[in-house]
Write a protein that binds this ligand. Sequence first.
Ligand SMILES: [Zn+2]
Length: 120
Amino acid sequence: MSDTYEFYMVTPLMMPSAIKAAKEGVTAAQTALLMIERTIKQIEDHPLQCMCLDCQTDFSSRYQPGAFAVVIPMFPHAGSQAVACGVCRDCVDRSDLEDRIIESLRTIWPSGQFTEVAMQ
Ligand SMILES: [Zn+2]
């Protein structure tokens, strides 16, 4: 059985709307913010690499991601999990960014189906 994931790109400009939606009880926004917070904490402890496949940028407390790719299981079950992956500032503007990230995600979840959702 393959898992289905919803995939959101969250940029700093979208954060105020994400926070507002989370306060209004939108579960996806609440999960996204929680995952982003967790990823930012992880970056402070250990450097994390940019999510785009062919970019070797490491994030650190001094170089934070320019956006986050948030992946949320559509039908959560034991063993499925949401994650937020950092995207560096250079890669945020790439036209093939979504394809690159989905390819990276497939290395983590080979049978995953990813549906991009525009966050309001
Ligand atoms: Zn990058």
